[in-house]
Ligand binder design. Structure first.
Ligand code: MRU
Length: 361
């Protein structure tokens, strides 16, 4: 997508042909900094500390991280060690496991000297497929937005966290239909949940929508139910970090509450999900999806630009008060109106998913 007219992706190879370039997402929206990653350890650190984040981008970054590891040592032991290191960085988004499994399947049986080149080719394929899948999600999702458009007034869409191009290699998942609607001249307006504690909505979604010229309004996480009750939301579209075989959806903490409010107010609640985020090995999301617990400091502190222009991190709670920080929650399939995948839309159910992905039967 474009930043001030210049097309960017979230991850790409440097001109040297082997090191990685990423956008440091912890600096947005105050600063736009591009980092160069040259080692496996730097890549694992970038995922763990959320310099890059979002389920599809985590997967693509891990694939390239493996490439950097193999440049240093492509032996069997080093390959397995590198994959284990990357796999341990973040537990909830299944794209990480999916991308590493795909890389290992491609590389394990190759002679050691052939591994680095094959790894770069596979990582590039993962990245390109992500872009194509998200574009397809956009095409299937824009039909929902067009359907909701009536009388020339803007379609109001609520989204949570950041499932835009910054969370993927390009396009985004939940935001792909919104970008395509905007580009086709369908009037859209997005209510952006700020998404405490890390504020991915406020700092990332609002930033990228603004850069693309999409009308949006930032709201507190608690405002969505009220807006739905007042008829101000036509549609909710969110992304996913992991969708189970039966259609349960793990996504950023707070998604479940939005789904409950949407059900109570009859607002359609759609989840945009590339197949790389579907975990075919589990059924029940509530009991089976690992939920990442992050540092309490993300809850007790906030970072922003102070009035004097400096970037400041401040404490918002009593020093003595403990805090808990589950980073994701699970929305049961029964609350999901449907899934938007790269193969089309379907019910959030085993039958719905298998109708689009019969090879998983
Ligand atoms: O903790 P994050 O920022 O990696 O969480 C991101 C989300 O929850 C997104 O909604 C999800 O990954 C979908 S991304 C297309």
């Amino acid at each position: 997508m474009n930043i001030d007219g210049t097309p960017y992706r979230t991850i790409w190879l440097d001109d040297d042909g082997w090191s990685l370039r990423i956008i440091d997402q912890t600096k947005l929206p105050w600063g736009f900094e591009i980092l160069r990653l040259t080692t496996l350890d730097q890549t694992a650190h970038a995922i763990r500390t959320m310099l890059v984040r979002g389920a599809p981008l985590i997967g693509a970054t891990a694939a390239y991280g493996l490439c950097l590891g193999l440049r240093a040592d492509a032996s069997d032991a080093a390959l397995e060690r590198a994959a284990a290191l990357l796999l341990a960085t973040r537990p909830t988004a299944v794209n990480l496991r999916w991308a590493l499994a795909r890389m290992l399947a491609r590389l394990r049986d190759l002679p050691i000297r052939a591994r680095p080149a094959a790894a770069y080719a596979e990582a590039a394929a993962i990245a390109e497929e992500d872009v194509a899948q998200n574009a397809a999600i956009g095409r299937f999702g824009v039909e929902l937005i067009a359907h909701a458009a009536s009388g020339g007034r803007a379609v109001n869409i609520l989204t949570h966290c950041n499932a835009g191009w910054l969370a993927t290699v390009d396009w985004g998942t939940a935001l792909a239909p919104i970008y395509q609607a905007h580009d086709q001249g369908i009037a859209v307006h997005v209510f952006v949940d700020e998404t405490r504690p890390r504020n991915q909505g406020a700092s990332l979604t609002a930033w990228e929508l603004g850069k693309h010229g999409v009308a949006h309004t930032l709201i507190t996480d608690n405002a969505g139910g009220h807006l739905m009750q007042r008829g101000r939301v036509d549609l909710v579209i969110v992304g996913a970090d992991r969708v189970t075989r039966q259609g349960d959806v793990a996504n950023k903490i707070g998604t479940y509450l939005k789904a409950l409010a949407a059900r109570d107010t009859d607002v359609p609640f759609w989840v945009a999900v590339p197949s790389s985020s579907i975990d075919w090995t589990i059924d029940d999301g509530v009991s089976e999806i690992p939920i990442e617990e992050r540092a309490a400091s993300e809850v007790t502190m906030v970072t922003g630009r102070a009035l004097d222009g400096s970037i400041a991190t401040i404490r918002i709670s009593p020093k003595e008060s403990p805090a808990a920080n589950p980073a994701f929650d699970v929305t049961p399939a029964r609350l999901v109106s449907g899934l938007i995948t790269e193969r089309g839309r379907c019910a959030a159910s085993a039958g719905g998913l298998l109708s689009l992905f019969p090879e998983q039967r």
